[in-house]
Design a binder for this molecule. Structure first.
Ligand SMILES: C[S@@+](CC[C@H](N)C(=O)[O-])C[C@H]1O[C@@H](n2cnc3c(N)ncnc32)[C@H](O)[C@@H]1O
Length: 202
């Protein structure tokens, strides 16, 4: 069976073979990195964010900012003493940045969490990264970073348009992932929820 990533790689190789210009190449790379055709709906944001208890101070990590729809939902819910670190690799997203003293916005790849934070761990990690379309080396590296920087009993939340990443996440956390679904999104999306049960030795 073809995976989303395999289809992307096939398109890329095909275009490369038939004299792909630098402009086409960078457009395709941008589409792979963005991994979405439209911003997430308020229904998806609400359902995904409802899986965390925000009633006490939390150190949160968000991977993939896009136009900030998830961030706006998070800052509305989190306590004044909570903090939110965001990794977003695409410089164009800066224009949507949200002014809030609790936020630290890092314009870099989520592969570099350790580079910025050493061995610091976060209470919960919320990701909108398009794992299925990112190169395997990149998504494997980021998943390792997520595992390393999530506190014991912390929740890792991720939405995807397919179930292809389920196996990779299960292998890393020895838990779930529990799957929820939101039809009122374009395209409809699966929500993966995993707890760091702490049994897997890093
Ligand atoms: C599906 S979009 C999410 C957009 C927005 N959060 C939403 O739901 O509408 C994925 C975002 O992840 C970002 N991204 C992709 N690879 C990344 C990486 N390695 N590190 C950080 N951000 C990345 C993309 O630039 C894009 O903004």
């Amino acid at each position: 069976m073809y995976t989303v990533r395999a289809i992307w790689e096939w398109i890329y190789e095909l275009l490369k073979k038939y004299t792909m210009t630098n402009r086409v190449k960078s457009t395709i790379n941008a589409m792979r990195t963005r991994g979405a055709v439209a911003p997430s709906s308020k229904f998806l944001v609400r359902k995904m964010l409802s899986k965390i208890d925000y009633s006490h101070d939390l150190e949160l990590l968000q991977l993939g900012f896009g136009s900030g729809v998830f961030t706006r939902g998070i800052v509305e819910k989190m306590t004044p003493g909570s903090t939110l670190v965001i990794f977003e690799v695409d410089g164009k997203c800066r224009k949507h940045e949200i002014e809030d003293d609790r936020i630290r916005y890092i314009e870099d790849s989520a592969e570099k969490i350790s580079h910025y934070f050493g061995d610091r761990q976060f209470d919960h990690i919320i990701s909108t990264l398009p794992f299925a379309s990112l190169p395997k080396r990149v998504s494997d590296g980021i998943l390792q970073e997520i595992r390393q920087h999530l506190k014991k009993n912390g929740t890792f939340l991720q939405f995807q348009y397919s179930l292809f990443s389920k196996k990779d996440i299960r292998m890393l956390f020895d838990d779930g992932p529990r799957i929820d679904f939101e039809i009122l999104n374009f395209p409809p999306a699966f929500i993966y929820e995993t707890t760091n049960v702490g049994t897997r030795v890093l």
